[in-house]
Design a protein around this ligand. Structure first.
Ligand code: FAD
Length: 391
């Protein structure tokens, strides 16, 4: 039986970030294998994401992880250059703009205080300065907004994932296309994995970075991970409207939009009672007609004439407890590290999570950023660490 010091299941953004940080760690010299079921990456959340980065969260750890993500992107050449070629991930530092009605203002202000305390460059705007800054935005129902000045924007998620993978490979990580059918557990240890074709592979540590496939893997080791896939649809639209300087805008209704090429991407989460676990990738077109279009047509001059050019559906791996990730070991198993339940913000957190996982493998504790509040303890106690700014 082949045996590796570390086996990572799932080789998209999070798995590849973990592979890169481990392979680059000066104190890690072991063999590292990444098992990924689909090298086309067509259906993973990473490829289907809106690929945006914000510092405007309510949970301090999320803010700090995004800030590290921004730093990492700014110095991508230093981290991920291979054979003299620095990756280009198309970083657009255009900010996020959270809009609030009177009812939403206290929460916006509370989040703002937390973000400022942690050094995020965000600014609260009253309606008048908001109108002056974005004359194409209709603000009559708004009481204020929060704008990110530095470090927020969007990029090419696939390019980032492939750059992490390429660099990890150049440092010795091995990638194999194979589906893990189950984990092999004996007492407090995961001994390895069984692949679909029956092959057994042994490991010293196993990292579960399987996105919405993580729950089934955990179950095969006797752990119930409270993470379920939820469908999120993205619409690429065009219109004659002009929105110079447009950030990623979050309407008080939850509808968001941001520029993409000569058009915009937009979407919204379905209402809570209409958001079941999903397996298919069918686009919910009614969401655009009934929930997104009316909001956008009322919010931006010229958006009445929006036309959908294309649309897709992806799966959020949602932590049902509190919309925050579950990171690290379960108390019943010593060598199985989880990195799951990102609930729609895992791409921007992938660099910080990759670094954190490498620290857990090498040192057994977090060294740079303490993410222990995001571990299993709160899940098992059913004490949510709720992220309020979920998009
Ligand atoms: C529509 C949409 C919009 C989003 N927008 C944003 C955004 O703007 N900003 C942001 O930060 N995040 C966003 N996200 C969330 C983000 O994409 C995810 O949190 C992040 O990509 C998770 O990365 P991952 O590597 O954990 O999971 P994934 O990208 O889903 O990768 C998991 C990988 O594991 C593999 N796998 C699964 N099971 C097995 C198995 N048994 N054996 C082998 N391989 C397996 C899969 O093939 C897959 O490649 C969005 C997500 C969606 C769906």
């Amino acid at each position: 039986m082949d045996r590796y010091e570390v086996v990572i299941v799932g080789g998209a953004a999070v798995g590849s970030a973990a592979a890169y940080f481990l392979a680059a760690h000066p104190q890690f010299a072991g063999e590292l294998l990444v098992l990924e079921q689909d090298f086309s990456y067509q259906r993973c959340a990473t490829t289907l994401s809106v690929a945006s980065v914000r510092h405007q969260f309510s949970t301090p750890e999320n803010i700090r992880m995004s800030m590290f993500g921004t730093e990492f992107i700014a110095r991508l050449g230093e981290h991920l250059t291979v054979d003299g070629q620095a990756p280009d991930v198309g970083w657009h530092e255009a900010g996020y703009l959270f809009l609030a009605t009177q009812a939403g203002l206290p929460q916006l202000q509370a989040n703002h205080r937390t973000q400022r305390e942690l050094g995020a460059q965000v600014q609260l705007l009253d309606p008048d300065p908001l109108r002056q800054r974005f004359p194409w935005l209709r603000c009559d129902d708004l009481a204020g907004a929060s704008l990110g000045h530095r470090g927020e924007g969007w990029l090419d998620a696939y390019a980032l994932m492939m750059a992490l993978r390429r660099k990890a490979t150049s440092l010795g990580a091995q990638y194999r296309q194979a589906r893990v059918a189950q984990l092999l557990r004996s007492g407090r240890q995961v001994q390895g994995v069984v692949l679909d074709d029956g092959t057994h592979i042994g490991c010293g540590t196993l990292i579960n970075a399987a996105g919405s496939g993580a729950t089934a893997l955990a179950h095969s080791a006797g752990i119930e991970l409270p993470v379920q896939p939820r469908k999120r649809c993205v619409f690429h639209v065009r219109s004659p409207a002009l929105t110079p300087g447009c950030p990623l805008v979050i309407d008080p209704s939850g509808v968001y939009f941001r520029p993409e090429g000569t058009g915009w991407l937009c979407g919204v989460a379905p209402p809570e009672g209409q958001d079941p676990p999903c397996e298919d990738f069918e686009v919910q077109h009614a969401l655009f007609d009934e929930r997104i279009w009316p909001v956008l047509a009322a919010r931006v001059d010229g958006f009445e004439a929006l036309r959908v050019m294309r649309a897709w559906a992806g799966h959020y791996d949602v932590n049902l407890l509190d919309h925050n990730m579950i990171l690290g070991a379960h108390p019943d198993i010593d060598n199985l590290l989880f990195a799951n339940g990102f609930s729609g913000h895992g791409l921007q957190h992938a660099p910080a999570v990759g670094r954190a996982l490498s620290e857990l493998v090498v040192h057994g504790v977090y060294r740079s950023l303490d993410l222990s509040r995001l571990g299993w303890a709160r899940v098992l106690r059913q004490e949510p660490l709720r992220e309020i700014n979920v998009v």
